[in-house]
Write a protein that binds this ligand. Structure first.
Ligand code: NAD
Ligand code: DAU
Length: 347
């Protein structure tokens, strides 16, 4: 068995690669990643020498390269995570999201179709998507697999589009494909442009904590290692043509999460209670900011027996501990181009 994992040097991808390499020693894993600003091989230092692991640097938008990679390797499966993933960047530069998330996905679908050439026994194309394709909820209800798509940001529109292409390749060409749509992940190795690691880094540096709007938007947070476990389950036991929602049943209003994070940081850093919360600064809201996401993951729980393993308070504490123990990693990824990004985005 030889599986291609795309985007394996990123946040979630590195956890998925680590999980598969360790849990399935008989399975060969090729990690394909172009190493954008979000990709970092340091995320995989602990497993890079495992005999069933290999890294290939390459771009999913390069159709000829993807075609020859499939021809040379005859992969049995694909787990596709490579993407541009940050909503704020998609608002500033939408075209790269169309290229990577839409064109890149179609290149992979087509390469898999032509490599497998109708012989789909033991083959699977698994596309990792997001709950943002469903749009925004009011104060009631949850996203189910039947919720109509209603994306608002260039990021979520590009992910919605890629989901449609995956379904089209399943329905039209019979490609054995499965999709999952997950809520907000958190945990080690997340790039500090996303809320939790950005705020941990700013608290460490005593910089302002830029809360969009009134901080009333709600997200449903999932421990990234639980997402990796769900991906393993769906890859091996999910049904082709199906969609599975993955979420933590763990809704937090941004401001409540930020206050909890400030408390944990004060405690861990030996600062006065309330010191970090003083850094909170309300800033102009994100354009098209979705109010609330909440995932109903009942189908995945009922059909495949998955459930989240840890409570959010514990996961957040472990996340903070990881960032404090890995400040070298944080310093490396926040040098150079990151400073330019930060200046443009927040000043
Ligand atoms: P990330 O930005 O941390 O990592 C993306 C990875 O893809 C990076 O390693 C990057 O180098 C690579 N990549 C980007 N463009 C590429 C290209 N053209 N060719 C090859 N590699 C390329 O993203 P993440 O947060 O780990 O998200 C991974 C996937 O999960 C994405 O598809 C995202 O839409 C989805 N997702 C993320 C979340 C979340 O909370 N972060 C939630 C649900 C779904
Ligand atoms: O729901 C799944 C999605 O979660 C994934 O598909 C995306 O790849 C991932 O980036 C994430 O999207 P969000 O936009 O929800 O995550 P982000 O960390 O950017 O923001 C979380 C919330 O915090 C959101 O309501 C915006 C707010 N926020 C974010 C930043 C970066 C702030 O208030 N200030 C900030 O500086």
């Amino acid at each position: 068995m030889h599986i291609l994992i795309t985007g394996g040097a990123g946040f979630i991808g590195s956890h998925v690669v680590r999980h598969f390499v360790s849990a399935h020693p008989d399975c060969r894993i090729t990690n394909l990643d172009s190493l954008t600003y979000a990709g970092n091989l340091e995320n995989l230092k602990d497993i890079e020498r495992k005999p069933n692991y290999r890294f290939v640097r390459g771009d999913i938008t390069d159709r000829a390269f993807i075609g020859s990679l499939f021809d040379e390797n005859r992969f049995d499966g694909v787990i596709h995570l490579a993407a541009e993933s940050h909503v704020d960047r998609s608002i500033a530069s939408p075209l790269q999201f169309v290229l990577t998330n839409v064109v890149g996905t179609v290149n992979l679908l087509d390469a898999a179709r032509s490599c497998w050439n109708g012989d789909f026994v033991g083959k699977r194309f698994y596309h990792i998507s997001t709950d943002e394709v469903y749009g925004s909820l009011g104060s009631e209800g949850m996203f189910t697999e039947e919720t109509p798509y209603d994306p608002h940001s260039p990021y979520s529109a590009s992910k919605a589009s890629s989901d449609h292409f995956v379904r089209a390749w399943h329905d039209t060409y019979g490609l054995p494909a499965v999709i999952s749509n997950c809520s907000n992940n958190y945990g080690p190795y997340q790039f500090p442009e996303k809320l939790i690691p950005l705020f941990i880094n700013n608290i460490l540096l005593k910089k302002p904590l830029p809360v969009y709007g009134k901080g009333e938007n709600v997200r449903d947070w999932l421990w990234v290692i639980d997402h990796a476990a769900a991906i393993d389950l769906i890859y091996h036991e999910g049904k082709n043509g199906e969609t599975y929602n993955i979420g933590g049943h763990n809704e937090w209003k941004n401001i409540d999460l930020i206050l909890l994070l400030c408390d944990i940081m004060d405690r861990k850093l030996g600062r006065e209670p309330g010191e970090s919360a003083e850094l909170i600064t309300y800033v102009t809201d994100r354009a098209g900011h979705d109010l609330r996401y909440a995932i109903d993951s009942g189908k995945l729980q009922r059909e495949l027996g998955w459930s989240p393993s840890i409570r959010f308070e514990e996961g957040l504490e472990r996340t903070v501990e990881w960032y404090l123990a890995n400040q070298e990693w944080l310093d490396k990824v926040t040098s150079g181009a990151y400073m330019e990004y930060y200046e443009t985005m927040y000043h």
